[in-house]
Write a protein that binds this ligand. Structure first.
Ligand code: PPE
Length: 306
């Protein structure tokens, strides 16, 4: 994690110094978790720095805000331009961009409606999410004893700060037991996703991933991988995945903005396939990383040059 405390960030319409971006302890978000956010990566391509699928990330941010009845007083286009600008003003070549919308300081009590909706966009350097060797060697994970949100508890389609209390329980339990990450099951016991990643399972060269009804975040990397896999002529099937399918799969991998495409080499100490990155995972990584470096044609216009 590389915060740059000399960097500048954008808050409610203007750029301010990192050290000045403070909030009052009576702000609504601190007491009740009232926030929605995004995580976006900017890559250094061979034609300059470009933000990956900026449009889809800003749209998901506004969707999350809408679900929680938070009026955002900036347009999609304004927010996209600020994401580019936060990279430019800090002279970053690569960056992790974090837009955040939250209920600020006015009054306390569960009702958030009187509290102002604040919008912040910051950026910093964030390297490999699951460790230096994860992308190549794969990670060891466990199925968590904590399940994901049930569909009638909190909305999984919103990327809300409060959802990550559940993710933190999954992550800390995994770390305490010597794993890199945990996988949450749905309320009914099917595979959902990691604490901060979607999940894919390969069996007989067919690619399976849990559907949106499995309380997953609709991942933008997930969507990209589905499209790439189809380009590579793989069959992609969105359906409920029983836990034990993980153990007998040929390959399993995580996707996410931070985690990119990270192979999983064991689940609950059971080796997956050969216990290393498999051929389907490798092919998908190669195609995605090719687009992100500019070497492979970006035929869908996923890169937004800053
Ligand atoms: N599920 C969850 C729960 C999740 O947090 C993420 C992203 C994904 C799936 C993948 O979504 P996408 O990035 O659109 O492909 N998690 C973000 C935050 C991680 C964090 O530790 O903070 C991320 O990867 O940026």
């Amino acid at each position: 994690m590389g915060f740059d405390e000399k960097s500048r960030l954008w808050k409610n319409g203007k750029f301010i110094d990192w050290k000045d971006a403070t909030i009052h302890v009576a702000s609504h978000v601190l007491h009740y978790g009232s926030s929605v956010f995004e995580g976006i990566r900017c890559y250094q391509t061979n034609r300059g720095s470009a933000i990956f699928r900026l449009k889809e990330h800003v749209k998901r941010l506004l969707d999350s805000a809408k679900i929680y009845r938070m009026p955002v007083s900036f347009s999609e286009e304004e927010l996209r331009e600020v994401c580019r600008e936060v990279v430019r003003v800090n002279n970053y070549k690569e960056a992790y961009i974090r837009p955040l919308v939250y209920r600020g300081y006015h009054s306390l009590g569960v009702n958030p409606l009187e509290c102002p909706v604040e919008v912040v966009i910051m950026a910093w350097h964030w390297g490999a999410y699951l460790g230096k060797e994860a992308l190549e060697k794969g990670v060891d994970v466990r199925v968590s004893s904590w399940h994901r949100l049930a569909p009638n508890t909190m909305p999984a389609l919103a990327k809300a700060g409060a959802n990550y209390m559940g993710s933190q329980l999954i992550k800390m339990e995994a770390l305490a037991d010597g794993y890199v990450e945990g996988i949450g099951l749905t309320a009914s016991g099917y595979v959902s996703e990691g604490s901060g990643e979607n999940l894919f399972v390969i069996e007989n060269t067919k690619i399976y991933t849990p559907p949106l009804s499995a309380s997953i975040l609709p991942g933008i990397t997930r969507d990209s991988v589905i499209q790439i896999a189809k380009d590579l002529s793989f069959e992609v099937i969105e359906q409920d995945i029983p836990r034990e399918k993980l153990y007998i799969a040929d390959e399993v991998f995580f996707t996410g903005t931070a985690a990119e495409v990270s192979p999983i080499r064991s689940v609950d100490r059971i080796q997956i396939g050969e216990g290393k990155r498999g051929p389907v995972t490798t092919a998908i990584q190669k195609q995605l990383f090719g687009i992100l470096s500019g070497e492979t044609e970006d035929k869908r216009g996923w890169l937004d040059y800053i």
